[in-house]
Ligand binder design. Structure first.
Ligand code: BES
Ligand code: ZN
Ligand code: ZN
Length: 506
């Protein structure tokens, strides 16, 4: 599918469907009638629909008009409601664009044209980028495993039209460039979703390493993966302990992208939790919903996909990606509650609950990250059910010590609509992870579970650090406009936009 930007008028544009986005505003709708031309059949239909209230621009409205033969060139006119004018935001554009292309797809349109809706003072580049995200992420399906019976008609081209060569102040060339960048970032998000949705009979630590290597080769970053021998040599005891019950080998994956022109530029290090399946281990989880734990590697997926995006965008910045990957299984060789491990930095941890495995594997990566003299380290993990209890599926939990980065992620999260919400990591909570037999223990009891998990991680950091708990946001329970049920690829857009800003490339 190709997304174009073109100077042309819809009336003479050859397309299966032309899409208009309509705010819920009677005056606006009445004004829009002039574009159909006076006394034309389309004008007649639309004005009756407005007068009768059948066309109002409400958010869930999708109307198809069929022009009389020879009246205009498009075969169909698809009118998509945008909702209340004062609520029209970039997020509404993402959602409306997703609804528009899905509607056009059910109408078997191979070619679609659309005029982008105005969103306050936003430039055409910004609005187009939001529309592209809605389109590509909205059309995403994880359908590889179905026996295909009726093939869906693929959309071949989508064209953003402009009558005068400008879209909200931006030229066709500028918008086309923004479209290309948004496509690239959306494809990276889709890559993360695919990895998350892959079932765990096809997905092991070695598979994550393979996906990272392939992405590195194609997109231009270096990938190294440690197997059992190197894990032992580097005392990566958390990864080894968690993987101990699995018949598969663990991996620690290192991804290096060096885009900065300055030799001494400090990197940003991204760390991902890569548990390819989390049964809980000996502290086994209840059966209900356990299947969702196939995406307990969503942090890893986000890190791998973000490196791909950053490399393809050729950002002038240094970024390191680290993934701790293991399979958390119960067996005769599995780690037991009460076991004690001693990390490479000398800190010992009592494993009170083998289901709190994410923090155990992340600790090895956080120690390793010290090598890079990082500007900031951001870890991403489907870490705690407690975070989902606190925040639901609406926002990612953010904790950490890098105040400037927190501010930046908050701002960008609001813009890309992958919002983060800060939880406190007051020192009083540290009491909860004290152990009688080791320096710390891996669970803090019933209260403040997302926070005690973060405080465990904090003990392994000596640099500016952020922890993003994506347990609630990495999977969606119900499909909405551009977020399908299942893996969401959350935080690929958030991190990529943060890195674009950090690199100084606008
Ligand atoms: N992978 C889970 C957390 C999780 C829960 C992710 C729900 C996504 C949705 C994690 O490894 C886990 O099991 N955490 C335990 C920690 C507890 C034993 C302290 C939890 O949250 O119950
Ligand atoms: Zn667990
Ligand atoms: Zn887990």
């Amino acid at each position: 599918m190709k997304i174009n930007v073109q100077k042309a008028n819809w009336k003479t544009f050859r397309t299966d469907s032309v899409v208009f986005f309509q705010p819920e505003d009677k005056k606006w709708l009445e004004n829009s009638l002039q574009y159909y031309g006076k006394n034309t059949p389309l004008h007649g239909q639309a004005s009756q629909m407005i007068a009768s209230g059948d066309m109002s621009g409400k958010k869930d409205e999708q109307i198809v008009l069929y022009p009389a033969s020879g009246e205009v060139t498009p075969k169909r006119i698809v009118l998509i409601g945008l909702g209340k004018p004062d609520k029209i935001s970039l997020e509404q554009v993402r959602r409306a664009a997703a609804r528009a292309v899905k509607k056009a797809q059910t109408l078997k349109s191979k070619t679609i044209a659309m005029y982008l809706p105005r969103v306050g003072k936003n430039s055409g580049e910004i609005v187009a980028a939001a529309a592209v995200e809605g389109i590509l992420l909205g059309l995403y399906k994880f359908d590889r495993f179905f026996k295909k019976e009726e093939p869906v008609t693929p959309i071949e081209t989508i064209t953003f039209l402009t009558d005068d060569g400008k879209i909200f102040g931006s030229t066709v060339a500028q918008v086309a460039k923004a479209v290309q960048r948004a496509e690239l970032i959306s494809q990276a998000t889709i890559f993360a979703r695919d990895m998350e949705n892959e079932p765990s009979n096809n997905k092991f630590p070695e598979t994550l390493a393979k996906w990272a290597s392939e992405a590195g080769r194609k997109s231009g970053f270096k990938v190294t993966a440690f197997g059992p021998a190197e894990l032992r040599k580097n005392k990566m005891v958390g990864i080894l302990a968690v993987n101990q019950g699995s018949v598969k080998e663990a991996r620690f994956i290192i991804m290096e992208y060096k885009g900065s022109k300055k030799a001494d530029s400090k990197p940003i290090v991204l760390v991902g939790k890569g548990i390819t399946f989390d049964t809980g281990g000996i502290s086994i989880k209840p059966a209900a919903g356990m299947g969702d734990m196939k995406s307990d590697m969503s942090g890893a997926a986000t890190v791998i996909a973000t490196l791909k995006a950053v490399a393809e965008l050729k950002l002038p910045i240094n970024v390191i990606g680290l993934v701790s990957s293991a399979e958390n299984m119960p067996s005769g060789s599995a780690t037991r509650p009460g076991d004690i491990i001693t990390y490479a930095n000398g800190l010992s941890a009592e494993i009170d609950n083998t289901d709190a495995e994410g923090r155990l594997v992340l600790a090895d990566a956080l120690i390793w990250a010290q090598k890079y003299n990082p500007k900031s380290v951001i870890d991403l993990a489907t870490l705690t059910g407690a975070c989902v209890v606190a925040l639901g599926h609406v926002t990612t939990g953010m904790m950490g010590t890098d105040e400037a980065m927190k501010k930046q992620l908050k701002k960008i999260g609001d813009e890309v609509y992958e919002r983060v919400c800060e939880l406190p990591i007051y020192e009083e909570y540290e009491e909860l992870i004290k152990s009688d037999v080791a320096d710390i223990k891996n669970v803090g009891g019933r209260w403040a579970g997302a926070i005690t998990a973060a405080l465990f991680l904090k003990r392994f950091t000596d640099y500016p650090w952020i922890h993003l708990d994506i347990a609630g946001t990495a999977r969606s329970e119900a499909a909405s406009d551009y977020i399908p049920k299942g893996g969401t690829g959350v935080a690929v857009r958030l991190l990529t936009h943060m890195l674009i800003e950090e690199s100084g490339k606008k």
